[in-house]
Design a protein around this ligand. Structure first.
Ligand code: HEM
Length: 154
């Protein structure tokens, strides 16, 4: 599968689709819990480890909490809404300075764990496309990289 990552045009908040029900059907709740455990274990070893708790107990708490959001987003029980209520992607990530590079690293860790999961390509693709687009909403630091069309000719 092609884990394509397109660049964020700073400030854009693109429309995204939730993963197809097929993804949750194939992976199941236990599969998602395992996926996110493995994902966080990679994140704390990655170049963006500074964002995440290094303390094992704290990390376990974050894993258990965050997976609730993804279970719900994938069509499972509404664990996150019932516990927290409404989720605001921009507000939730505001305390962290997230560059395009940090987003790419985050997605890179997800790609590593997703590669090892035995589900259909269609299911993986639908989850990946959701993350790839929605993660653009978290980028809140302009890394200053300009697209060719932004460069004013003199
Ligand atoms: C589609 C992509 C993403 C989704 C759906 C997502 C969702 C979430 C959720 C639900 C939380 C917990 C909020 C709470 O209840 O306290 C969270 C926390 C956090 N997110 Fe994201 N996130 C995404 C991408 C990213 C990216 C690209 C980064 C880049 C570094 C990031 C960094 C963090 C950090 C540092 C936290 C706080 C620690 C933690 O709870 O893991 N997230 N995110």
């Amino acid at each position: 599968m092609d884990y394509k990552i397109s660049k964020t045009d700073f400030g854009e908040k693109p429309h995204y689709e939730l993963p197809k029900p097929l993804f949750y059907k194939e992976l199941g709740e236990d599969g998602l819990v395992k996926l996110f455990n493995d994902f966080y274990d990679l994140l704390v070893e990655s170049d963006i480890s500074n964002f995440f708790p290094q303390d094992e107990k704290e990390l376990e708490k974050v894993k258990a909490h965050n997976v609730k959001f993804f279970i719900e987003a994938c069509g499972g029980p509404k664990y996150y809404s019932n516990e927290v209520g409404h989720f605001d992607m921009i507000k939730a990530h505001k305390p962290f300075s997230i560059t395009e590079k940090a987003r790419t690293e985050w997605l890179g860790c997800m790609q590593e764990v997703l590669k090892n999961v035995k589900i259909s390509e269609e299911a993986k693709k639908s989850f990946w496309e959701y993350l790839e687009k929605f993660s653009k909403h978290t980028v809140n630091v302009d890394s200053g990289i300009k697209l060719p069309e932004d460069i004013v000719k003199v």
